[in-house]
Design a protein around this ligand. Structure first.
Ligand code: PEP
Ligand code: MG
Length: 556
């Protein structure tokens, strides 16, 4: 029987497919005694599971090739280590179940590795992964991490961290549904970057049985469970109609009376460039460089590796603007070698620019790599810092850029209310502002952007957030400088009109949203956008603000 669940739609389009769950951490199997006559059967089960996991890791290694192959083959050897397996046998012989014996044998080996010097200690995570895989197989539960599937699927997760999503194969993921997260969580951002439909903040999503067919409407936030054939056909047709309407819009972003608002793309690296170009992005408004750092959490990528990645992006927009954000580590994007692990409240701790000012060598290498990558290219390079709180932060960043010999415009992200309130003072040090509305909402409303229970505060239509946007845009205008938006607010077509009316000078978003924003902006004049912005700011809540803007724009 078809049922309908409702969450928050964060990435447009319709996905229909079978559900696969992101495997969660494997729980400790209970310590249960088996009968002596059952021991041989349990020993055989344990060996078969270890063999299957080893074979699977080798097969994945062959598919992956390169450095990943070496890591996966080393893990396969761990799964089949004769001493470990002998230890498992011994534990079963004295009464353990297969899963408990594997769990305990790996635990004692783990303690040995952890105390055996830096290199081997670094392999502990690989060993844990092997243990989890064998235990999951024995318990018949999903493997931890990204689902193993050769068929495309709808991914269900509690939430997705950047480290999980780096392993996703975009060819297999039809769409996402998460229990947690709000419109600005990383699951939502990634879904938009991949151009797949997504619904977040859907309580109960975790209870959908593996293999259930669902239809996800990322525009309305609806998830239809076991949809009828008629429903599937209706949704597919609707999605095709919406797409066709969009394909009709092209060219630079502008209001109907020709007020230009460049539409730029948010990217995480060279892999996102093709989608940005094909969506007609006029440049890049936010290059989140931290994704380059996630491959190896033990050290920063070398200057050469960074130059290569930056060059690939800069070359894709020969005459366009590319705004690169320096590393934003910490809080929801921790990096082991930079982020303090013992902060009581990481979102309010050492993150973003604060981390870089504590590690000037990492900032210097990144700025020098950017200077080298841009040398000789006709691109308009702009570099900005995340989490700028005040003029002193802005000056420290601008000084570092100058010292690195960077021929670029330096800017500050406005993500902390203090920077919006004192935007003119920040602008004494930098040449542009870029509003990170995701964090700006988080810090304005004291609501963690990763927690589904407080997702209502993450709604960028909140009038308090609109006020801070207006303050920043007015300050930039008074200083003769630019003020863009690169947070997810820019991806909402109606809100994009309101932001334009507030005086924002460019909008940057996941490539998949560009056609929607372009088409909507082209329908209204700048004066209409200004009236919609004033109407939204005059309300006391996000829903009212949305309705007020809608009423002005539709001429009610
Ligand atoms: C933001 O906070 O709005 C932003 C663009 O940065 P991120 O989402 O990467 O924190
Ligand atoms: Mg941010």
């Amino acid at each position: 029987m078809e049922t309908t669940l409702r969450g928050v739609g964060v990435s447009h389009g319709v996905a229909i497919g079978e559900v696969r769950h992101m495997g969660t951490a494997v729980l400790e199997p209970p310590a249960r005694q088996i009968r002596p006559q059952d021991a041989p059967r349990e020993q055989a089960r344990a060996r078969q599971a270890a063999e299957a996991v080893g074979a699977d890791l080798n097969a994945r290694g062959q598919l992956a090739g390169g450095e990943a192959q070496a890591v996966l083959e080393a893990q396969a050897l761990m799964a089949q280590d004769p001493e470990l397996l002998a230890d498992v046998d011994r534990r079963i012989a004295v009464g353990s179940t297969a899963e408990r014996a594997v769990y305990d044998a790996f635990a004692s080996y783990r303690a040995l590795l952890a105390g055996a010097g830096e290199y081997l200690a670094g392999r502990v995570a690989d060993l844990d992964d092997v243990r989890n895989r064998i235990v999951a197989r024995l318990l018949g539960v999903p493997m931890p991490g990204v689902p193993d599937s050769d068929e495309p699927y709808v991914l269900i997760a509690r939430d997705l961290a950047p480290a999980d999503t780096a392993l996703l194969d975009p060819a297999l993921v039809l769409g996402f549904v998460t229990e947690e997260g709000g419109p600005t969580s990383h699951s939502a951002i990634l879904a938009r970057a991949l151009g797949v439909p997504a619904v977040v903040a859907l309580p109960g999503a975790g209870e959908l049985a593996e293999g259930t067919v669902v239809a996800v409407d990322g525009s309305t936030g609806e998830v239809f469970v076991e949809p009828s054939r008629d429903k599937q056909a209706e949704l597919t047709e609707l999605a095709a109609e919406r797409k066709a309407a969009l394909a009709a819009s092209s060219g630079p972003g502008a209001t109907s009376d020709g007020h230009k608002v460049p539409l730029l793309a948010n990217i995480g690296g060279p892999a996102d460039v093709a989608a940005a170009v094909s969506a007609g992005a006029e440049g890049v408004g936010l290059f989140r460089t931290e994704f380059l750092f996630l491959d190896d959490s033990a050290r920063a990528p070398s200057q050469e590796k960074q130059v290569e990645a930056y060059r690939q992006v800069l070359e894709a927009f020969p005459e366009g603007r590319v705004v690169v954000r320096v590393l934003d580590a910490g809080a929801d994007k921790p990096l082991a070698f930079l982020s303090p692990g013992d902060e009581p409240n990481p979102a309010l701790g050492v993150r973003g620019l604060r981390t870089l000012l504590d590690h000037p060598e990492v900032l210097r290498t990144q700025l020098q790599a950017l200077a080298e990558a841009a040398a000789g290219l006709p691109v308009y390079l702009e570099v900005m810092a995340p989490m700028v709180a005040d003029r002193r932060d802005a000056k420290a960043f601008a000084d570092a850029c100058r010292e690195a010999g960077l021929a670029a415009k330096f800017g500050a992200m406005v993500e902390i209310p203090s920077a919006a309130l004192r935007a003119r003072s920040v602008l004494q040090e930098v040449e542009f502002l870029s509003l990170g509305t995701n964090d700006l909402a988080q810090y304005t409303f004291a609501a963690d952007r990763q927690v589904g229970a407080v997702s209502r505060y993450q709604d960028p239509w909140q009038p308090a957030l609109l006020d801070l946007v207006a303050l920043s845009a007015e300050a930039a205008k008074a200083e003769g400088k630019s003020c863009g938006v690169c947070g997810e607010a820019a991806a909402d077509p109606l809100l994009a009109c309101v932001l334009t009316g507030l005086g924002v000078t460019s909008l940057s978003m996941g490539a998949a949203s560009i056609p929607y924003v372009r088409a909507t902006l082209a329908k209204y004049t700048l004066a209409q956008c200004e009236r919609a912005a004033a109407a939204a700011r005059a309300t006391d809540g996000a829903d009212e603000a949305r309705r007020a803007a809608q009423a002005v724009l539709s001429g009610e």
